[in-house]
Design a protein around this ligand. Structure first.
Ligand SMILES: [Zn+2]
Length: 59
C-alpha cells in the first residue's frame, strides 16, 4: 500500500506521521520505502508540516 500512487507495486510499507504546524493536527500516511524518501523531501521543503515519525512497518 502506498499513498503516492495506487499503481505503486513496491511492497515495503513505511508509516509517516506528520504534524501540521498551524493546526497541531497529526496525520498518518503510508508509503513504500522509495516514495517515503520523496515525500520526506517534499515535507522538508514545506513549512506547514513537520515530521513526527517515520517507521518501517514489517509484515
Ligand atoms: Zn510507492
Amino acid at each position: 500500500m502506498c499513498d503516492l500512487s495506487a499503481d505503486c507495486s513496491n511492497d515495503e510499507t513505511c508509516q509517516l506521521v506528520l504534524r501540521n504546524e498551524h493546526t497541531g493536527i497529526k496525520t498518518t500516511e503510508y508509503y513504500c520505502k522509495a516514495h517515503l524518501v520523496l515525500r520526506i523531501w517534499e515535507v522538508e521543503d514545506d513549512d506547514t508540516f513537520c515530521i513526527v515519525n517515520a517507521t518501517k512497518l514489517w509484515r
